[in-house]
Design a protein around this ligand. Structure first.
Ligand code: ADP
Ligand code: MG
Length: 325
C-alpha cells in the first residue's frame, strides 16, 4: 500500500467517523473545532504538537520553547476569531532538569498571562522531548471564521510580514550568514495575532493562520471555499531583512513557502476596508491587502507583472523528505 502523507492520513483514517454529536458545529478540517452549546457562545478547540528535531532544534532556549508551544495554538484560535481562555499541557521530557522546566514554564506562563489564558490540566511523561498543547477559546455571536467562505471579489489580507521564520531557520542552519535578531525571534518566539483575531468575526469571510507557508495555507482557503485567487508578489509584506535575503539569494519563493510565521491570512468583502483598518489600528496590528479572490481554482502569483510558478510548497509531515531541523 502506498504510504500516506499528513493530510491523507487525517482524511483516510480519522475523518469518516460515524458519531456526529449534536453540539459539534465544526469538526475536523479547520484551524479549530467549534462546539456550540448555546446560541450566544461557542467553544473553539485546537491542539498542536512540537517535536524536538522536527519542529525545533533540541538545544532551543526552553523559555522560548514554552512560549512557542502555547503561541502556535493561540494562533489557531486567532484564525478562528476566538478569544483564548484555557490550555492543557502534555509534556514528554527526556530528563527532569528543574532549571530547564522552570524556564519552559516561565515562557509558557508569560504568554498565557498576556492573553488571560488559564492552564487547567495536562500530562507529564518521560520520553523523547515533545510538547503538546490543547487550547480552548470562545467565539461570541457567530460560528467563528472558517477556511470556507471566501467569495469572488473579496480582498485577501495578511497581518504582519512573512518569510521571517524562514529566514531565521536559514540563519540557524548556517545557510545564510547575515545576522537578523527579528528573524530568530520570529522562528523561536512567534507572537500570535490574538488581539486582532478576536476582531476577525466582524469582517472576515474566511481565515487561516500561516503555519505551513502562505501558498499552502491560502490554498486551504481556496480549496475549502471553491474559489481561486490572484496575489502580487510585490504586495507581500516583507521585513527589510527578508527583502535583503531575497535580493542576495534570488530565492523569491521563500516568503511564500516557508512556514512558522503565525500571521493571519483572511478574506473580506471590499466593503469592510474601513472596519479592517479600524481593527488594525485599535490592536496595533499591521494589515496589508495582498490580492483578490477570483472564480475558478488555484493561486495565481504575479511577479513583475507576470504569472510565476512555485517549484516547491509548504512543509508536509510524511511527504517533505527530511525533518526541518
Ligand atoms: P493546523 O495547521 O491549523 O494546526 P492541521 O493541518 O494540523 O491544522 O490539521 C487539519 C485538520 O485536521 C484540523 O481540523 C485538525 O484538527 C485535524 N486533524 C489533524 N490530525 C488529526 C487526527 N489524528 N485525528 C483527527 N483530526 C485530526
Ligand atoms: Mg492553523
Amino acid at each position: 500500500m502506498q504510504r500516506p502523507g499528513e493530510f491523507e492520513i487525517i482524511r483516510r483514517f480519522f475523518s469518516g467517523q460515524r458519531v456526529a454529536d449534536v453540539n459539534t458545529e465544526i469538526g475536523i478540517g479547520d484551524d479549530c473545532a467549534v462546539l456550540n452549546f448555546t446560541a450566544a457562545a461557542r467553544l473553539a478547540l485546537t491542539t498542536d504538537t512540537l517535536v524536538a528535531g522536527i519542529h525545533f532544534f533540541s538545544d532551543t532556549d526552553p523559555t522560548r520553547l514554552g512560549h512557542k508551544a502555547l503561541a502556535v495554538n493561540l494562533s489557531d484560535l486567532a484564525a478562528m476569531g476566538a478569544r483564548p481562555r484555557w490550555a492543557l499541557l502534555a509534556l514528554t521530557l527526556p530528563e527532569n532538569d528543574p532549571e530547564w522546566i522552570a524556564a519552559f514554564a516561565q515562557g509558557f506562563f508569560r504568554l498565557a498571562e498576556r492573553h488571560r489564558v488559564q492552564l487547567i490540566g495536562g500530562d507529564t511523561t518521560r520520553g523523547p522531548l515533545a510538547i503538546t498543547v490543547h487550547a480552548l477559546g470562545t467565539v461570541d455571536g457567530g460560528p467563528g471564521v472558517k477556511r470556507a467562505g471566501a467569495k469572488p471579489g473579496d480582498a485577501i489580507y495578511l497581518t504582519g510580514s512573512i518569510g521571517l521564520a524562514g529566514l531565521g531557520l536559514r540563519i540557524r542552519q548556517g545557510a545564510y550568514l547575515v545576522p537578523d535578531e527579528e528573524a530568530l525571534d520570529r522562528l523561536e518566539a512567534p507572537q500570535p495575532r490574538t488581539d486582532f483575531g478576536i476582531r476577525l468575526g466582524e469582517f472576515a469571510s474566511a481565515g487561516i493562520d500561516v503555519s505551513d507557508g502562505l501558498a499552502a495555507d491560502l490554498g486551504h482557503i481556496l480549496e475549502q471555499s471553491s474559489v481561486g485567487a490572484e496575489v502580487d508578489w510585490e504586495s507581500l509584506p516583507l521585513s527589510a531583512g527578508v527583502g535583503r535575503y531575497v535580493a542576495d539569494s534570488g530565492d523569491w519563493q521563500m516568503p511564500l513557502v516557508a512556514g512558522d510565521d503565525y500571521e493571519l491570512c483572511f478574506t473580506a468583502s471590499p466593503a469592510y476596508a474601513q472596519a479592517i483598518a479600524s481593527a488594525a489600528d485599535a490592536t496595533a496590528t499591521p494589515v496589508r491587502r495582498i490580492g483578490t479572490i477570483r472564480t475558478g481554482s488555484g493561486l495565481i502569483i504575479r511577479r513583475r507583472g507576470r504569472p510565476v510558478e512555485l517549484s516547491r510548497s509548504g512543509y508536509l509531515h510524511f511527504v517533505s523528505g527530511e525533518a526541518r531541523r
